[in-house]
Design a protein. Structure first.
Length: 404
């Protein structure tokens, strides 16, 4: 398979937190390691980003997307021509410099799509659950433009079958051009539980079981459900602690709930932490859980890459039957699935894992095998590369005569 010249336009990219930024970065690294020539067009930042060094100068920090966020006011709309012109120029410069065979857009943004249409650059879309849910729920011009973006894409990649099915229900014609490639973690990393003692010492954590969640602190993540389940867990495991990594608008409300239930000492909020600290927290914990529920507007988890990260670090996982989580967590294979908004079920699942270390070991073993076989970025990069070759062998940018 001949290597491709790929322009990757990333509205969300490291150092931004969250799954979409992580996916864009990991996919870019994987495709470059597979031999493809990468040019990554990413949002501007004010400081050096260490992760950019992984791509050997392929990252162009030229997307001034913060200007579009100000367009909620009439003053912001007055600057729209300037913002659109800067975005258009950034995409054009990157295309002229890289002469790509194909462009990958790693998360949907209307303004990016308009630039690609204007420049006549063929593209594929990688769609997340949030992309699909948000846009198909919109009306008017936004919905029309999203439909056009999907219809004009050479291929549509999805992080899960749940996300794909949600789109196909409203755009049936997208089915034949769609592919579920999933999410992943690094295949060459497999942590073992012998790191636990050292990690706990480094973090200063006391002995006793630790349950971990890594998530944005918003209602749909179900952190309040875990806190409501904790009293029942403590009856069987009195030294158990619940550690939460992440920040968000609901942090105060969730912390107040812990105080109200008398759990202020058992629930620890670490806020946003750096990558090294996050890795130590995974290593120092005993199990991972995130029992998400549908949000107020019906939004659901598209996949749940944090469950793979936890398996990779030697942790069994507990997820909820919500959105694409059952594709990341297979019940009784690499973890347990519970229904959302059921504290008693969560408590029972936590007790089961904390009381049966041999079961935890089996779940972790199978979880790490899933990562090695399917849910890793190298395998995903190979699948995407093969699909890209199918759409570029007979239809290239040079033949369409756009930007050069």
């Amino acid at each position: 398979m001949e290597p491709l010249r790929i322009l990757m336009v990333c509205p969300d990219y490291k150092p931004n937190p969250g799954g979409e930024a992580e996916v864009a970065y990991c996919l870019a690294v994987a495709l470059q390691q597979l031999g493809h020539t990468m040019t990554v067009l990413a949002p501007r930042v004010d400081e050096r980003v260490p992760e950019d060094d992984s791509l050997f100068g392929a990252v162009r920090r030229e997307l001034a997307l913060d200007r579009f966020r100000s367009m909620k006011s009439w003053r912001g709309w007055l600057t729209w021509p300037i913002a659109m012109g800067a975005l258009f120029a950034a995409v054009r410069r990157a295309a002229r410099k890289s002469e790509p065979d194909i462009c990958i857009v790693t998360s949907y943004m209307t303004w990016v799509m308009i630039s690609l249409w204007w420049l006549r650059i063929p593209y594929v879309l990688y769609l997340h659950g949030e992309d699909v849910r948000w846009m198909i729920g919109r009306g008017g011009v936004s919905r029309t433009l999203f439909r056009r973006a999907c219809s004009s894409a050479k291929l549509l990649f999805f992080n899960s079958g749940h996300s794909r099915n949600a789109l196909v229900r409203v755009i049936p014609s997208a089915a034949e051009r769609s592919s579920v490639v999933g999410c992943g973690v690094r295949a060459d990393v497999r942590w073992t539980t012998d790191r636990r003692a050292a990690a706990r010492t480094a973090l200063g954590w006391p002995e006793g079981p630790v349950v971990l969640t890594v998530a944005r602190l918003v209602a749909k993540k179900g952190i309040d459900t875990v806190i409501r389940a904790l009293p029942a867990v403590l009856e069987r495991h009195p030294n158990c602690r619940y550690v939460v990594i992440g920040d968000g608008p609901d942090r105060c409300a969730i912390a107040e709930l812990a105080v109200e239930l008398g759990l202020a000492k058992q629930v620890v909020f670490l806020g946003h932490v750096d990558e090294e600290t996050k890795q130590q927290c995974y290593a120092a914990s005993d199990l991972f859980l995130m029992v998400s529920r549908p949000g107020v507007e019906g939004e659901e988890e598209g996949f749940g890459i944090v469950f793979l990260e936890a398996n990779q670090h030697g942790l069994p996982v507990i997820g909820s039957r919500c959105g694409g989580i059952p594709e990341s967590v297979e019940h009784e294979v690499n973890g347990l699935i519970v229904e959302p908004d059921r504290p008693a079920d969560v408590a029972q699942a936590v007790d089961r894992l904390l009381s049966h270390p041999e079961l935890c070991g089996e779940l972790v073993q199978r979880g790490q095998e899933r990562i090695e076989q399917t849910f890793n970025w190298t395998a995903i990069g190979v699948r995407i590369g093969l699909d890209l070759h199918k759409v570029t062998t007979s239809d290239t940018i040079s033949e369409r005569g756009s930007t050069h």
